[in-house]
Ligand binder design. Sequence first.
Ligand code: PGA
Length: 236
Amino acid sequence: MILCANFKANKTRQETQAYMAVVESFVSANEIDEAVIVFPPFTALEHISRNVLIGVQNAYPAQNGAYTGEITLEQLEEFGIKTILIGHSERRHVLGEMQEQIAAKFRFFAEKGFAIIYCVGEPIEIREQGNEALMHYIDAQFEGIDVNYADLIVAYEPVWAIGTGLTPTTDQIVDMHTALRSKTHAPLLYGGSVKVDNARSIMELQNVDGVLVGSASLSANDFCEMIALAAELKQQ
Ligand code: PGA
């Protein structure tokens, strides 16, 4: 299983260090071999390569340059970062990133050999239009994306489930993950209101290879519990 913690714009550098200490010691004490990736804010990046991978939530697709407010490859290299989230719904819907920009970002970081966690997901009004509209919308989010990229992980995160406490039914998750599986061999994560209480029932679904957790990952103990659940599942 792959377990990702997306802090978004939460936690200071100091809080992140304390969090990492808890998660890292949990992972080593319990000999966890699940892939664990944490996406802290930029200000909390560190040059560390221990048993928990650090990724970035975003970056600008350039070596460096005149891109006010952005960070680029040069700054990521300084911290040894080789993992990036691309296409998260908050980047698409809150920050207004268009598919063309997202695809350009994907191409750039794929060329640089990054592990890419590529997010797709529909707003509620699209889901309400039925399956054809839903799949059409998701297909459009793959425009310009190389689904055969070797270091790709795809995360399905319905926009209406992110930060809302709502989760799709297990059938809805399985249907979408089955459709995604027919598109790509990449591992498939589910994201959107995953928490300790529902993580197990989501992770045991067919074609779910892990979870991308936002709010509930902010507690190091909760995130560790989810890691433990994933490890338990494997032993069965
Ligand atoms: P959430 O966020 O777990 O708070 O719903 C998930 C995400 O945005 O990745």
